[in-house]
Design a protein around this ligand. Sequence first.
Ligand code: ADP
Length: 401
Amino acid sequence: MKILVINCGSSSLKFQIIDSDSEQCLAKGLCERIGIEGSQITYQKTGGEKEVTQAPMPTHTEAIQLVIDAITNPKTGVVSSLDEIDAVGHRTVHGGEKFSKSVLINDEVIKTMESCNELAPLHNPANLIGIRACQELMPNTPMVGVFDTAFHQTMPPEAFIYGLPYEYYEKYGVRKYGFHGTSHAYVSRRAAEMLNRRYEDMKTIVCHLGNGASISAVDRGKCVDTSMGMTPLAGLMMGTRSGSIDPGIIEFIAHKEGLNVEQALEVLNKKSGVYGVSGYLSSDFRDLEAAANKGDKKAELAMKAFVYRIIMYVGGYVAAMDGVDCICFTAGVGENSPTIRTMICNYLFYLGLQIDQKKNQTRGEEIEISTDYSRVKVLVIPTNEELMIARDTVAILEGRL
Ligand code: ADP
């Protein structure tokens, strides 16, 4: 089957066409600046040249039409007509407690998805716009929603409940949901395959370290805890997000700096994390590492603090699962930074974990970086959320999910 995978944001839209039999990406691209002056589409057929075309996209419907034109282009396209697209898989950020797995989208599902908008006001409405635009242009093609939160729905109540009045959970759904679930699901499964072990027998910790970062504990195929919360602001220190902090700080800073709650949260989302700690130097770990190597103390502190939060979660998750067999690194930093991986693993000798520094120099490739003697396996696994969305989409169509 050929699956169109769509990841729709408020002003951008990423897409891939995946052949589900070979699990290969046939083409991919990105529409940028939707609804803004200067919009453009980037398209690349696998093995072909990257093409960038300026084109007006007042709404997501024009963007999807341009995607359709690109993939059906007689010269550079990958399908001869839209009929060859068997289904569309949509990445959807928040499924609340309503969706613990992917679903075939119908009017009822859209209504339920709308009821989750409040929980992810920046992301969910954009995802829904993408779904509607696709439905308009491809009315006969089945659409599947794949939720970032679904994989984490197996967390037990003691892990997801906050120490707040219980009525907030009942009335408003205030609880931990977690995000990056598609990535955590893909990587934890792939780890079992790489180690030739049964997924249902393994205890795995997945460190998804990108600009947004989260970590999860997967106990015998089920997520039992994750670091992001009701919103993606919780947990690890990130590129520009603070991660978990003393909640009392919000009122304190708001008072000192003359900010309202929204403005204070803007600081926590956009000016904090390693970017904030480094004195607004950069949120990119390549810049931080280069600066730290030249003696920049704040850049060094930002990296150390980022790593420290991670090892605190690892320790917690080893306790939660009563052990760990495998630790996986994924996403931009996890896949590409031998330095950060080393800094993390240097804290984990107590687990009997040891990495091979030569193997650890690998970037962006699937590899086991632990030594033969290491009691805990350490894997680098480039994440592939699009493939996971395509797999789920096919499974739904075939009635397996
Ligand atoms: P997101 O999807 O959350 O935006 P990504 O997973 O794409 O983030 O990761 C982006 C981050 O990966 C960049 O901010 C950068 O810090 C980091 N990164 C990419 N390549 C390297 C590298 N070679 N060394 C260190 N960090 C890297």
